[in-house]
Write a protein that binds this ligand. Sequence first.
Ligand SMILES: [Zn+2]
Length: 107
Amino acid sequence: MSYQLVQQADASANIYCPICQHAVVDWAQEQYVQPCEHTLFIAMDLGFEFVADRFETQMKQPVDELHEDPDMNIFTAISQTEYPELTIIQADLGVQNLSRYVGFSRD
Ligand SMILES: [Zn+2]
């Protein structure tokens, strides 16, 4: 496991790519999920909203299969995936201790 975890406590704040500063979760947009080229995944504890092919191929279980799994744990699935220079921003969803996770890498 080699990733950097950045916590973001404010549930209503946009989430920005640390590399290009693009608003990947932009609450001003109707379609608020706006992945940039560095975005590997956008997920909540409830499931994935976006996953890049280059990240999914590294995952132990493909996303569709994971979503069918009653024991699904999104953070475990993400953190067990080996990917170089992975930065994960964990943002509070503001409900029931749920989080959103957004992964970024230059690769
Ligand atoms: Zn970016």
